[in-house]
Each structure stands twice: as C-alpha cells, then as structure tokens.
Write a protein that binds this ligand. Structure first.
Ligand code: ADP
Ligand code: MG
Length: 793
C-alpha cells in the first residue's frame, strides 16, 4: 500500500502578444517545493478580490513556467504515474483551471505541432513501449473516453456518434454494486493492442467531441473529459490478475458564472458545470477535514466516477493551469487556492490483485487431498511423526491397568490414533510372548475385545471424514457450475458486442482505409488536397440536410475561398510540408534499409560459401584444422555485425518517423474537420441572414403579393476589397482564434452580404437555399478574383 497526498503542480501559460502580464514570481530554490507569489495591484484588490491583501503565496510540488515544454511536463508529472499504473496501481492526472489556461493543451496537446503532443499521447507511447519490453507478463489494454456534459455522461468512442446528435446517444449511467464499486453502463471499453490503435481511438473521441459542438454548445470548455487507460496483467500460469486504471482528466473551465456574463440556456449550463466543480470542491473540502465520515461523492457524476481518485485507492496528481495575465489574476488566485486544498488530501493506493476462481478450486482440491490422506491414515497409513516417550509410557500404563482389570466390560481407550492402536497390539503381543501368563485364552479374548472397540472408534472417524469429503465435493461442484455460468455469460456478452459492433465496422474500416491511404505518399500529398476537402464536406450531415444530400456549386466554391482564408490553413499547409519532408525522409530511409538488408544477405551468402569451402578443404585434406579461426570468416562476421547495427539504428529511426507521420496525419485530419465545421456554421448563418434580408425586401417591393418572380435587390453597400480575408487573418494569431474567426467573419460579411458589387442587381429566385448559393458563389468568385489581383474589374 502506498499512502501519499495528492501531488499538485502548476503550469503557467505563455502570454499572448496583447496580454498584459500580471506581477508574479516563481521561487524554486527548494527541490521538493516551489512557490508562486502573485502580487495584486491596488485597483484589482478593490474589485473582485475584495480583501486588502496584496500578495499571495502558494506552494506546489513544482511550477512549470511559461517556456516549459511538453516533454518536460510529461517526464515530471505523467511518467511516474504511468509507471505505477503498469505496476498495478490506479492513477489519475487531472487539469484544473479557467478556460483558455491550457488544460487541453497539457492533457491532449496542441493541434499544430508534433512536439506539442500532450500527456495522453505521450503516456500511450510510454506504456506500449514498456509493454513491448516486458516479456514476463501477459498484458491487455483497453481505453474508454467519457464526456460529462450537463451532468450527463456520453461515450466519445460510441461509433454512433458521427451519425447522431449528442442528445440521441444512450447516456452513460452510474451503477453501484453491493461492494460500492462504481460501474459505468453504456461506456464502451475498446481494446487497443498497440500505440497506433490507441491513438486512433483518442483521435476518434476528440473528433466526435468536436463534431457534437455547436456555437450554442461550446461543449469543450463546459464539459469534463475522462480518457481512461485500463491495463491488466498476469504472469503465465499464475492465477493472480493485476488490474489498474489510469484516468487522464480535462476538467471544464473553472471560471465563475458572474464573470462569464451569460444568460438563459448558457447560464443553466454554466450553473451545471459550476455545480459539478462545486461538488468537486465540496468533496475536496470534506476530505481535507479530519474526522469527517461522510464524503458527498454521490452528488455529481464526476465525483462519483473519480471517487477512487479522490481520497481512495489511487495515485493522483493535479495540474493547476494558470494564465497569469492581468485580467485573470483573480481567477488564477482562486485556482491556486483550490490546488492548496487538494494538496491536503491523502490517498491510499493498493495493488489491485485478484485471485482467479480457478485457483480456489485448486486450493480446495488440495484440502481434499489432505483429508484423504488423513482418512488413509485412519484406515491404515502411518503418521509421519513418532509417538513421544511420554505417550509410550502412558500407553504402557493403560495396557497394564487394562490387563489387570477383571471387569469384562473394561476397554482400552487410546483414541483414534493408528500409531497408538498399533503400539498397543505390539505391546500386548510382546507381553504374551515373554511373560508367563497362564491363561492365554483370556488374553486373546481381551485382545479381541480391544480390537472391536478400536474398530468401532475408527469407523466413527471414517464416517465423519467421509461426510467432510462429501461436503467438499459439493462445494467444488458448485464452484465449477459457477465458473461455467460465468463463462457462458462472457460468451453471450461477446456475442452481443459483436452484433452491436457490426454497425461500427464500417467506420473502423473507413478509418483504417483512410490511414492506409494516407500511408501512400502519392495519395497524401497530391495537389488534389483541395478536392479531397471539398468532397469530404459532402459527407457532413449538416450540409446534406441543408442541400438535400448534394452540395451546390456555390457552396463548394464558397468553401474553397473560406478554406483559403481560414486561420488554420497556414497550419495545415505547414504540416503538409512537414509531412512531405517526413515522407521523403522515410522513403530515403526505407531505401537505405533495403540496401543494408541486401548487403547483409550478400555477406551472409559469402560467409556460408567460405564455410563450405573450408569444410570441403578439411575433408580432402585432413591436416586442415576446421576449428581454427579463419581471418576471412571473422572479417565477414564483423562486417555483418556492423551492418546489423546500422540496420537497427535506421529501423528505429523509421519507426519513430512512422509514429510522427501518423500523428501529423491525425492532426491534419482534425484541422480539416474543424475547418468543415467552421464553414458549416458560417454558411448556415449567412443563409439565415440572407433569408431575413430577402423577406424584408419582399415586404418593401410587393407588400400584397406573396411571391414575385424574378425578384431583384440592389446592394446598399459595396463589398470592401479583402474584407473577407483581412478580418479573419487579423484574429488568427489571437489565442481564441478558432472561436472568434467565424464571429468576426460573420460580422464583417453580414454588413455587406446583400451584393458583391455595387451596381449589379442580383437575380433572386425566392428559394432561400438557391439564393444563398448564388450569393455565396458570386462572393466567392469575387474573392478569388481579388486574390488574383483582378478584383472589381
Ligand atoms: P483550456 O483547455 O484550458 O480551455 P487550451 O488548452 O485550449 O485551454 O489553451 C488555449 C490556447 O492556448 C490554445 O490555443 C493553446 O494552444 C494555447 N496554449 C495553452 N497552453 C500553452 C502552452 N503551455 N504553450 C503554448 N500554447 C499554449
Ligand atoms: Mg479545453
């Protein structure tokens, strides 16, 4: 058992260009503790933080300053927890902090660079690496990915995710068994046999999370996400299984409702989130209090799921993410305060070992064997230990008294011990042989009586032991039946799982096909990228709904332009270049590896040839010694060894490249999905705006008629050159660029949406969808023209 308090770390996010740094200092002179001092300027102290203190000091295990890299964070925080999980202890790492402070960046990683990989991908990589090295045990790994949003749980790895809305999916619910263990119904455990499979599942979950998100439901900042790695291990032939769970948790933003300034639906949502973080805080306060017997875990789903991680059987680590710019000082202080309370909680991690029921059967069989031995003893086998001198003397006395007793009813009672009984017989025999007992008959009579008594006692013992044996046999039968039932249940469950997953196979296949495709350089980097993107838009449920299953020309063209201007297009382009480079490297390395392999084969051939020659020589010329070292052979061997070494180095490098390439591909895929989503949002808003505008025009032009074809509207304002691209680019470097993009974009375009040119009247059809397409089409064309320097000609 390992007893220790929750380890608490802090990580400071780099400040953006426009952010004004708050005043703070980090002191990490002491190796085991670092402290963070935050100084609150007077003006702030009068506001949100309403006491008069000016500086606050908080202690952490370690503080990662703004420039700390992801690998360093992983090595200090996650590696020790992953090691424990491999050894059979439960582990949890959770990130806590306000929205935008870097929780997702720390837990999952940034979406741009391979080096920005967060704790989850690095932990997976580390775990599978270790499993590969350890041949002494058999391991199985599963992952699950749970999202808790508005107190409801959703399985992010549910294959139905893509096709249905969040609300339509079966909710994950909590069940408790009689031993108060928590089980999650409807949360799938997906087996992952290697790093690649696990990373694909992570990517699938993240994508599902992104797809479920809409502008009204920015779930990612308001939901909690728990990625769990389940490891079980067993030594071959042993009946003991070790199981451990490693939770990697990205909590919802911890900011207070008052500050977010939201209302209506969003407020309900914010209350929920704050409620669940509030319950988390309550649990933590209760745990930190001494002599507190009731801990309110059951108040919220998150605290129920994380019950073991908080004051239970788990090694837990918390990362407080802080954005220390001036505006966020009060939130940062509240995060630090929370962290200080968490640091007081003690956990007791125990090795999670279970005994297989089969082992119990083996044990019972052993007991039966022992009983059988005892029985055999009663029925004739000798005990191993000898009778003591004292016992022998006692027996002698007993026999003497017995023999001298004239009462025909008297018996010689030595108990159910074969050794004593036998001793009595031999002693009596001796007495018979050596003493001059006149009446031999009497003696023999005595002896036969004695025999009868002993037999009766033995019989009784035999009966008892037989009964015990019967009882044990029954127990074994019951256990065997139980085992059979369990096995059948497991088979049934497997069958159902197969049936259920039949639907998901298509998805999995497409995923694997996708990856296979991606592995082919010709597919991945062709200039058809744009086309791929457009065609993938066709798959999106949203556009299918909007356009009756087919994407119109205008929409496609607008998407082309949107893509051009999207902030992420630079990232995608950069990653594409990097991928190209990596592929070239991989290709080159592959060729080199082939060369080395051929060379090794060639050298091996030479070696064999040389050996044969020597054997032939030895046969024809017996004086030739075959055992002596042949310098040529030796040289060939050294050469082979060297080539093998370089082969190994190159092979490992290629393996590393493969992982990097796969990760980059996943990042790009994610960026593409995001791009499509952003476009969908923009497109739908444009259509709605246009419809409203058109209805107004209709009212003005023909107040009494319902439909007039064709209608013409004239623009009130010309489309400013580059309004489209400038607005988006301007916000692209901001930290929340993803969210702001579409908003800025909308506001600028909505002003000018009526017409792309000041003079051209636009024919409208009255069908809002077609009209929207026409407008977008014209706007997109104009943008392209502007880009090519032909704008407004
Ligand atoms: P949260 O999940 O807490 O809301 P994010 O992880 O999404 O915050 O971070 C917000 C933005 O800041 C993201 O664009 C992210 O890439 C960036 N960011 C956060 N932490 C760091 C860091 N340590 N280094 C570089 N960029 C970071
Ligand atoms: Mg986040």
């Amino acid at each position: 058992m390992v007893k220790e308090t929750i380890r608490v770390y802090a990580r400071l996010k780099p400040l953006g260009r426009r952010q004004q740094a708050g005043i703070y200092s980090v002191d990490d002179d002491d190796k085991s503790v670092s402290s963070l001092e935050i100084i609150v300027p007077h003006d702030l102290a009068d506001g949100f933080v309403n006491n008069k203190r000016e500086n606050y000091k908080f202690k952490f295990q370690k503080i990662f300053d703004q420039e700390a890299k992801q690998d360093v964070v992983f090595d200090s925080i996650a590696r020790p927890v992953a090691e424990c999980a491999l050894a059979g202890y439960n582990g949890t790492i959770f990130a806590y902090g306000q929205t935008g402070s870097g929780k997702t960046f720390t837990i999952t990683g940034g979406a741009e660079r391979y080096s920005d990989r967060g704790i989850i991908p690095r932990t997976l990589s580390y775990i599978f690496d270790q499993l590969q090295k350890d041949n002494s045990k058999m391991y199985t790994t599963h992952v699950s990915y749970l999202e808790i949003y508005n107190e409801c749980g959703y399985d992010l790895l549910d294959p139905r995710h893509e096709a249905s809305r969040l609300e339509d999916l079966p909710k994950v619910t909590i069940m408790e068994d009689p031993d108060q263990n928590i089980h999650l119904k409807n949360l799938s455990l997906q087996q992952a046999n290697n790093e690649e499979e696990a990373l694909n599942l992570l990517f699938l979950g993240d994508t599902n999370r992104m797809i479920a998100e809409t502008p009204m439901n920015q779930a990612s900042t308001r939901s909690h996400c728990i990625f769990t790695i389940h490891i079980s291990s067993k030594e071959p032939g042993s009946a003991t299984i070790r199981r451990s769970k490693l939770h990697l948790v990205d909590l919802a933003g911890s900011e207070r409702v008052a500050k977010t300034g939201v209302g209506g639906h969003l407020l309900t949502e914010a209350k929920y989130i704050n409620l669940s973080l509030h319950y988390l805080e309550q649990v933590i306060i209760a745990l930190a209090e001494k002599n507190r017997s009731h801990i309110p875990y059951r108040n919220s789903m998150m605290t129920s799921v994380l019950r073991d991680s908080l004051g239970g059987n788990c090694m837990t680590t918390m990362i407080a993410t802080l954005s220390l710019d001036k505006r966020n000082i009060d939130e940062s202080i509240s995060t630090c305060r929370f962290a200080q309370r968490v640091a007081l909680i003690k956990n007791e991690a125990v090795l999670n070992e279970e005994v297989d029921p089969r082992l119990m059967v083996v044990q019972l069989q052993k007991e039966i064997q022992e009983l059988k031995d005892e029985l055999a003893l009663v029925t004739g086998k000798q005990r191993t230990s000898e009778l003591s001198q004292e016992e022998l003397l006692q027996l002698d006395k007993l026999i003497e008294t017995f023999l001298e007793d004239n009462d025909p009813e008297s018996t010689l009672d030595v108990g159910a011990d074969m050794r004593k009984i036998k001793y009595c017989f031999s002693h009596v025999k001796q007495l018979m042989n050596h003493s001059k007992i006149s009446d031999k008959k009497t003696v023999s009579q005595h002896i036969s009586e004695e025999k009868d008594t002993n037999k009766a006692a033995g019989k009784e013992e035999l009966k008892k032991l037989k009964e015990l044996l019967q009882q044990r046999d029954n127990e074994i039968n019951i256990l065997v039946n139980m085992l059979k039932k369990e096995k059948k249940k497991a088979q049934d469950a497997l069958f159902q799982l197969n049936v259920a997953s039949a639907g998901s196979t298509a998805l999995e296949q497409s995923l694997s096909i996708n990856l296979e495709e991606k592995w082919s350089p010709s597919n991945c980097f062709s200039l058809k990228e744009a086309k791929d993107l457009s065609s993938s838009v066709n798959r999106l449920p949203f556009l299918s709904r909007q356009t009756g299953g087919k994407m119109s020309l205008g929409c496609q063209e607008a998407f082309e332009v949107f893509k051009w201007d999207h902030a992420d297009s630079i990232t995608i382009e950069d990653n594409k270049q990097l991928l190209k480079q990596r592929f070239a490297e991989a290709k080159c390395l592959g060729e080199k590896i082939n060369e080395v392999r051929n060379k090794i084969n060639h050298l091996k051939g030479e070696l064999t040839q040389r050996h044969i020659q020597r054997v032939v020589l030895a046969v024809s010329n017996p004086s030739e010694e075959l055992n002596t070292l042949d310098p040529v052979e030796e040289k060939l061997r050294t050469q082979i060894e060297e080539e093998k070494k370089s082969y190994k180095t190159m092979f490992n490098r290629l393996k590393g490249l493969k992982v990097e390439i796969e990760h980059l591909q996943l990042l790009m895929e994610k960026a593409k999905v995001k791009l499509q989503k952003d476009f969908e949002v923009w497109w739908s808003e444009e259509s709605t705006n246009l419809q409203v505008c058109q209805e107004k025009t209709e009212l003005v032009r023909s107040p009494n008629s319902t439909t007039v074809y064709p209608q013409f509207i004239k623009s009130s304002q010309p489309l400013p050159t580059n309004s489209f691209s400038e607005t988006t680019r301007a916000s692209s470097n901001e930290e929340t660029s993803g969210k702001n993009n579409s908003n800025n974009f909308n506001s600028s375009t909505s002003k000018t949406r009526t017409s792309p040119s000041s003079n051209t009247p636009i024919p409208l059809t009255g069908d809002s969808q077609i009209d929207a397409d026409i407008l977008a089409f014209i706007k997109a064309r104009q943008n392209i023209l502007q880009k090519k320097g032909l704008g407004n000609k």
